[in-house]
Write a protein that binds this ligand. Structure first.
Ligand SMILES: Nc1ncnc2c1ncn2[C@@H]1O[C@H](COP(=O)(O)OP(=O)(O)OP(=O)(O)O)[C@@H](O)[C@H]1O
Length: 309
């Protein structure tokens, strides 16, 4: 659905995207993550045909964005990270306005708009002024607006930003429904654990370059090559920590009031052998567990460079 090849974007002397390449399969939900200023919005604006790349190509549904912008626009629904909602409109009028802009006949809009409002849980706000809606509601209305022309691809730039936890969950549920409807979704976010539940793949961007891409599980597994073990023993804790330091695959041992934390580079079998070695040496184990890595850890580990702004 999306093919990006050697995409570069410069703003004056500043290079926001550096020869970035990335493909996204049709029907997949792709999470685009990276620190502030990494280049997510720039990439999304180029895909949405709103910004011209400096060099390289970006294709949506096989259409190159600069050569066939009209075809691309039919295929995409774009939700920018910052949007206005024409406050003087009522919710229904607002969607009529956008539907009409896409050339949908009134009869079709009359049928479609109640369905869209239901999808984004705004049926009871159909006759309210947009101005009176909460931020979360406005964000859902903006999502409904992206859907009026039934696009195949949704490009959503931080759709959950600024929402409270409940509104975020609502947004996530709607995105799940859209995924079930077969839409391809490119979504950027800083709220990584929430993305993990719904995305098929993630791409991590930093300083305008894609530095990791793959299935959430694969990237997490890659991280697990550097697992941290949490061990508590009944007694002789300092002695156990010294013992662990000399064991295979152990790179670092930290010892604090919560117990012993072992940075471990081995695989499952090695981890099991380490436990056997401890027990074999008479240490009485209370806890032997692997600290969970989640998307947040993955993100922090991969983007060690920090804020790109
Ligand atoms: N119009 C512009 N003129 C000059 N620099 C720009 C312009 N737009 C973006 N940039 C710069 O390009 C870089 C990438 O910005 P972009 O908005 O794509 O990042 P982002 O990953 O979406 O960040 P955020 O998470 O903060 O939205 C930033 O350093 C930004 O300051």
């Amino acid at each position: 659905m999306i093919e990006i090849k050697d995409l570069t974007k410069t703003y004056g002397s500043f290079t926001a995207l550096k020869s970035m390449s990335m493909d996204i399969a049709k029907g997949s939900v792709f999470g685009f993550v990276g620190p502030n200023g990494a280049g997510k919005s720039t990439t999304m604006s180029i895909l949405a045909t709103l910004l011209a790349p400096t060099s390289g190509t970006a294709k949506v549904g096989g259409f190159e964005v600069t050569e066939h912008p009209k075809e691309v626009r039919k295929l995409i629904g774009y939700m920018p990270d910052f949007f206005g909602v024409y406050d003087q409109f009522k919710t229904t009028e607002y969607l009529h306005f956008y539907g009409a802009s896409y050339g949908l006949p009134r009869a079709e809009r009359e049928k479609l708009i109640p369905q869209l409002l239901e999808l984004v849980n705004l049926t009871d706000k159909a006759d309210f002024y947009v101005d009176s809606l909460s931020r979360g509601m406005k964000q859902r209305l903006c999502l409904a607006r992206c859907l009026v022309h039934d696009p195949e691809l949704l490009i959503l730039d931080e759709p959950a930003s600024g929402l409270d936890p409940r509104a975020r969950i609502e947004m996530r549920e709607i995105l799940k429904e859209l995924k079930a409807m077969g839409k391809t979704i490119l979504i950027s976010s800083h709220i990584l654990p929430e993305l993990a539940e719904m995305v098929d793949e993630i791409g991590v961007i930093e300083h305008g370059q894609l530095i990791a891409k793959g299935k959430v599980q694969d990237i997490q597994n890659r991280m697990r090559a550097k697992r941290v073990l949490h061990i508590r023993v009944l007694d002789r804790e300092a002695e156990a920590a010294a013992f662990l330091q000399d064991q295979p695959h152990v790179s670092m041992v930290l010892h604090d009031e919560q117990g012993i934390h072992v940075h471990f580079g081995g695989q499952d079998e090695d981890q099991s052998n380490l436990l056997l070695a401890l027990i074999g040496s008479g240490y009485r184990i209370i806890t032997y567990s692997e600290a969970q890595t989640n998307l947040e850890d993955v993100f922090l580990e991969i983007t060690k460079g920090g804020d790109a702004t």
